[in-house]
Design a protein around this ligand. Structure first.
Ligand code: SF4
Length: 215
């Protein structure tokens, strides 16, 4: 019923929002007040519901068959697709992280994610929630140089967006062996053999000129 009223009277706004619902209710009330006293409310209500279910449908209103067509504001203005106004999507929260691209002797340090959780079991770049944590790992690599900040990238998950700040650290040589089996120095030419999340693969592919052949 809300859909039919919103179209017939061209009422803007999310019909589930209190203000819009109030306006729709006022229109509905005015129609009933103007109807003859003999109005069969049950048949009237059922008729509106049938119209919404079979003629004034959400995606393809059949205006040619609709008895309300001559006075329907949405039909007259050609706005059937715009009304009722779709519910506003809630903005997804934005999270931040840092990723370290540690490069040494033509190899890049990768780490494998735990089997459960986001990107479970895939190989990614070491990821940090803050710059201080990244700095601690950089110190562990005995790397003297300062990492170079690359352009940040954004990846959209179902419930949030992740903005990734990549830092590229080129080490002169002599990288320490990985601390465990879930970390590995991988040759740039061998990156494609490691399953990676799409944004990480894109990042490395762009940096190493198609090393993963994603372009
Ligand atoms: S004319 Fe079209 S848009 Fe208007 S109430 Fe009828 S079916 Fe819906």
């Amino acid at each position: 019923m809300r859909r039919v009223l919103a179209r017939y009277f061209a009422v803007e706004g999310d019909p589930t929002a209190a203000r819009t619902a109030q306006r729709l209710w006022e229109h509905a009330r005015a129609l009933i007040d103007a109807a003859p006293a003999s109005l069969d409310m049950t048949a009237y209500t059922q008729g509106q519901m049938d119209l919404g279910a079979t003629v004034c449908t959400r995606t393809r209103p059949d205006c040619a068959r609709c008895p309300l067509a001559p006075d329907c504001r949405a039909r007259i203005d050609g706005r059937q697709d715009e009304l009722p106004t779709p519910r506003a999507r809630r903005a997804q929260p934005l999270r931040h992280c840092w990723m370290l691209i540690a490069e040494c002797d033509g190899r890049v340090l990768l780490e494998r994610r735990p089997d459960t959780g986001i990107w479970g079991g895939l190989w990614t770049l070491p990821q940090f929630e803050d710059e201080a944590a990244l700095e601690a790992v950089r110190a562990g690599l005995a790397a003297d140089g300062q990492p170079l900040a690359l352009a940040s990238i954004e990846h959209v998950f179902t419930h949030f967006r992740l903005r990734i700040q990549p830092l590229w650290l080129r080490m002169p040589g002599g990288a320490p062996a990985p601390a465990d089996e879930n970390r590995a120095w991988v040759g740039i030419g061998n990156l494609a053999a490691h399953g990676m999340p799409a944004p990480v693969a894109r990042l490395l592919d762009g940096l190493y000129d198609g090393a993963l052949l994603l372009r």
